[in-house]
Design a protein around this ligand. Structure first.
Ligand code: AMP
Ligand code: ZN
Ligand code: FE
Ligand code: FE
Length: 275
């Protein structure tokens, strides 16, 4: 029987809403053989997900989605088959999370100055199990308190880049993110290039050690996936894919919506230096 994998899943250790147990239940329900937890700037969800998957036939491979930025543009870099305990990763995660916490405090302060004056830090922080706090958490509280009709409005009105309550966070450059992933034995993959829309960077990213492209992504037209598959071939990059499921925090996708043949996972594992 053909085996499939979903290599891009968030949990409530970053800005997803599912617990590791719920992720594993969903993976079983949709018949996935393999999943990867790729939370933003944290690896805390991986161990509990492995634990939750011990009695079911779902393989969990380690992953992370590192935030990076170049010329004011967010670039997400996925790291797979990483050494989660490597001191260089622990140090970077620590810096990123400290910055994320400070940033939420600053954004709440900015909102207050705009008259949005009833948001407490603790209400936002209790939405995640880790310190990987993000704008989606703050957006959720803005919605709950009736300041916006939905998450999307929270971004366009307050939290999006260039909006009045926007605050940048500590970020690596994509080149540093790739170097870090390689240093910790992992495989560096450019996340959702069709969303990031910075294809002109790919050449230099490859020169910096990029090894893969996330070619398969939910709601991506087939012709666009084909374009990125060709680009992957041109640069000798492996292809990956995943749903980018965030549980209830993102309603246009779900676990298993995008699934890739298991042979792509085998290619990924061959490139990893983590045994
Ligand atoms: P942060 O890491 O705190 O900067 O938040 C980035 C996350 O916010 C992304 O990974 C998306 O999941 C989400 N996001 C960014 N822009 C939007 C938007 N316009 N509408 C809804 N969610 C968004
Ligand atoms: Zn997210
Ligand atoms: Fe992303
Ligand atoms: Fe993601």
């Amino acid at each position: 029987m053909n085996k499939f994998a979903d290599l891009h899943i968030h949990t409530y250790y970053s800005d997803g809403t599912f617990s590791p147990e719920e992720v594993v239940q969903a993976a079983v329900r949709v018949g996935l053989a393999c999943i990867s937890i790729t939370d933003h700037d944290t690896v805390e969800g991986i161990g509990p997900t492995r634990q939750a998957a011990t009695d079911v036939n779902v393989e969990v491979i380690s992953g992370i989605e590192l935030s990076s930025e170049i010329n004011g543009k967010d670039v997400h870099v996925l790291g797979y088959c990483i050494n989660e305990k490597h001191p260089a990763l622990v140090d970077t995660i620590q810096k990123a999370q400290t910055s994320r916490v400070e940033r939420i405090h600053t954004m709440i302060e900015k909102l207050k100055q705009m008259g949005v004056d009833n948001i407490q830090f603790e209400e936002v922080s209790q939405l995640t199990q880790s310190k990987s706090l993000g704008r989606p958490h703050l957006a959720t509280i803005l919605k709950q308190k009736g300041w916006v009709a939905d998450i999307s409005e929270a971004f366009t009105k307050y939290l999006g880049e260039g909006c009045p309550a926007y605050v940048p966070k500590y970020k690596l450059t994509p080149y540093e993110a790739i170097a870090l992933i390689r240093k910790i034995g992992g495989v560096a993959v450019l996340a959702h290039p069709m969303i990031t829309n910075r294809d002109e960077l790919i050449h230099r990213l490859v020169e910096s050690g990029l090894q893969g492209l996330e070619v398969y992504y939910p709601n991506c037209p087939a012709v666009t996936c084909e374009y990125y598959a060709k680009l992957a071939k041109k640069y000798n990059l492996i292809m990956t894919g995943g749903s980018d499921a965030h549980g209830k925090a993102k309603d246009n996708t779900f676990i298993g919506k995008t699934r890739i043949p298991y042979e792509y996972v085998e290619q990924l594992k061959k490139l990893s230096r983590v045994t």
